[in-house]
Structure formats: C-alpha cells, structure tokens
Design a protein around this ligand. Structure first.
Ligand SMILES: [Ca+2]
Ligand SMILES: [Ca+2]
Length: 380
C-alpha cells in the first residue's frame, strides 16, 4: 500500500513539474449530411445522407438531374416506343412525376421521360432509397437504376448496370431487381437478380433500396430482400474480377418510364394513357467509415492459387473486420506489387519457375491495415 501511495505521489510531482493533461481523442465526422436531406433516425450513426432530392420545389432541380431529350435507346433493342421529352417530367405536390402520353413526337407515337444524375450525383458504394409508385398500364416499363459514370471497362455491359427496381406493367405487381456485367447480362440470359410480388405496386408508394458494398450489392423493397449479388472469388477463376464485378467505380442514378412491347407485351393498352410514374424522393447515403470503423482487419489466412487459364490468378478469403475492406495490397518479395478492390488478383510480370514470397494485406475504409501473414511461396 505504501509503495502504491509513493508511486502516486511521484506521478503527481512529475505532472506538476512537466504537465500531464489527460487527453481524450474525439473523432470527428468526415461526411457532412447534405442541407436538404432528411436524416433517417432509424439508420443510427452508420449512414449519412449525402445526396437527396425530396422534390419539394416547383421545378425539377437541374443542379441534380439531366433531362434527356431523345428517342434513345434505340427502340429496336427493347421494343421501346417512346420519345423521351423533358416536357413529360415535372414536380407536383412534393413528388417527381414522369408521365407517359399517347402523343406523336416524331418518329414516335408515344412520349415519356428519362432523367439521370450523371456528373451531378455519382457515387462509389453506399445506400440508395427511392420511394416510388409504379404506373398502371400493361405497356409501362418504369426503372430505378444505376449506370457507370465512366465506362472504365468498356461500353455496356462491360462496365455494369444495377437495376434497383423495374416493373413490367403486363406482369402485374411483380417487381424485379437485376445486375448486368460483362460475364452476366441479359444478352447472355444469365443476368443475376430476383423479383417480388407486391399486393399494391401501382396503388401505393414503396421504398426501393440498394445497399452497395465492396463485392456485394443487396436490393430490397420495404426492407424485404429483392435480389443479392456477391462477387465470389472461388467461382471466378477464369476472368479478371471486373468481368463479373465492374462495381468498383462510380455510378449515377437513372429514372425513366419506357413504353414497350418488351417481354411478351404485344397489345399496347392505349386506354391507360396518360400514366404516371411517381417518385416521392431519392436519397443517397454513405457510411462515415473513419468515424465508425474502429477495428483492424484480421490477417489474411490462406492464399489460393487459381486453377484456371489465368495461372497467375490468386484469391483469398475476406478477413473478419467490423466493417468492409476497401482494398487489398499484394506484396511480392516485400515490395508492393499491386492492389485489388476484391479478394482476387492477377499477378503479372514475374518469371516462371522462380519462387517468390507472396503476402496480402487488407485495408479498411478508415485506413486500418491487417498484419502481414507468414509469406506464401509462389511460383508458376
Ligand atoms: Ca417528396
Ligand atoms: Ca475495420
């Protein structure tokens, strides 16, 4: 006891002489909620609204949206029959209205609207919630979707497409969510997705939602799972990751209402025009990782060698962590060789039959790095 007291006394004297202020590290937020966004209290600290449109104004906000004036995409591809005109998009009672009309605008006999947020709302990862009511009418094909802002991996489908929700009016009440990539797309008829049948798709507003993380996208309708897509490295040993997973680049939002004979619809329901696709709001959230992420990723365990035409493809299991891994660093003989946004990598520039020392480090969005594991011997 006497010893403890004397140690305390020594510390006090030391602090009086040299100053020992107790320091509390206060983390500051790095993401600022946008001014006109509604913070959803139920989401807690995790998600910060960074871009939103509540459609509360008189007009469509052209700082956030580009209006299309065209009859692109080519009507022949999807059997689309509309001309997209800015006249068909407006704001009314706090909602965005995209209205399809039976009206000639050469060379089409129907008009409708399509708008996008390219270069005005572009994001890599995050969470979108779009509250919308689908239009009534068999030929209506509304979409809430995302396209790549830069086609880094090439034109469609190579740089990807995320269909948060689409609806074919002839297939009553069934809502679809799809993912298109170079390897999986509708041309190959192997696109990934799912659907849900709601009881009131055209009568009521629903929350169409996407949560997009590295290697995984989940879609929901009113929090019920609609579709999931996960990059699975062990299944993708024949291709560079971007072929099945181009979703490591910025994407923007597209809202449109097509009129189409697509999908078996052959008799345009002219009675249903004009018809309205209504959107109450578009909200985009991102995680404030430096604020919420406190754990360091666990070290990478086994590194697997791909059994593929790419003999130099390696992959590994995603390590445990509190939040997602942003990217991986690949080291060869202790030198940084490259990085990857997913848990696979194609090694280039090595000589055959030489043994190299291979290590992979996981880096999270807060910058925490996993410890180096014991190097794996690698040769090909
Ligand atoms: Ca609104
Ligand atoms: Ca972490």
């Amino acid at each position: 006891m006497k010893k403890v007291l004397s140690v305390c006394l020594m510390i006090m004297v030391f602090c009086m002489l040299f100053g020992c202020e107790s320091k509390t590290i206060i983390k500051e937020r790095t993401l600022i909620p946008c001014d006109d966004c509604h913070q959803d209290a139920e989401m807690g600290d995790d998600w910060i609204p960074i871009w939103c449109d509540e459609f509360d104004g008189e007009l469509v906000d052209l700082d956030k949206w580009n209006m299309e004036d065209s009859y692109w995409p080519n009507g022949d591809t999807n059997g689309e029959l509309q001309y997209y005109s800015p006249n068909n998009i407006f704001v009314e009672d706090g909602k965005l209205i995209i209205e399809a009309r039976k009206e000639v605008m050469s060379p089409r006999n129907f008009t409708s609207g399509r708008m996008n947020s390219k270069d005005k709302g572009d994001w890599l990862y995050g969470r979108a919630i779009v509250r919308a009511k689908m239009p009534l009418g068999a030929a209506n094909w509304p979409g809430i979707w995302m396209l790549p802002t830069e086609n880094i991996y090439g034109n469609w489908p190579h740089s990807g497409e995320i269909d948060i929700a689409e609806y074919f009016g002839w297939d009553t009440y069934k809502v679809h969510g799809y993912f298109h990539t170079s390897k999986y797309n509708w041309i190959k008829n192997n696109h990934i997705g799912g659907n849900l049948i709601l009881s009131d798709t055209v009568e009521a507003f629903h929350n169409y939602e996407m949560i997009w993380e590295p290697g995984r996208i989940n879609l929901f309708v009113d929090e019920e799972p609609l579709a999931t897509y996960t990059y699975t490295a062990s299944n993708e040993q024949n291709v560079n990751y971007s072929s099945p997973w181009p979703f490591d680049q910025k994407f923007h939002m597209v809202l449109n209402l097509a009129i189409s004979e697509f999908g078996g619809m052959t008799n345009i329901d002219e009675v249903s025009f004009p018809t309205r696709f209504e959107i109450d709001y578009v909200r985009y959230y991102q995680r404030d990782y430096p604020y919420i992420d406190v754990e360091v990723p666990k070290p990478i365990q086994t590194i697997y060698k791909g059994q593929s035409i790419y003999k130099s493809l390696i992959y590994w299991d995603i390590p445990e962590d509190d939040y997602e891994i942003e990217y991986y660093e690949i080291y060869i003989n202790d030198v940084l060789h490259g990085t990857s946004p997913v848990n696979s990598f194609i090694i280039k520039g090595l000589f055959p039959k030489i043994i190299y020392r291979l290590q992979v480090v996981a880096v999270d969005f807060a910058g925490h790095k996993s410890e180096f594991q014991t190097p794996m011997e690698y040769s090909y």
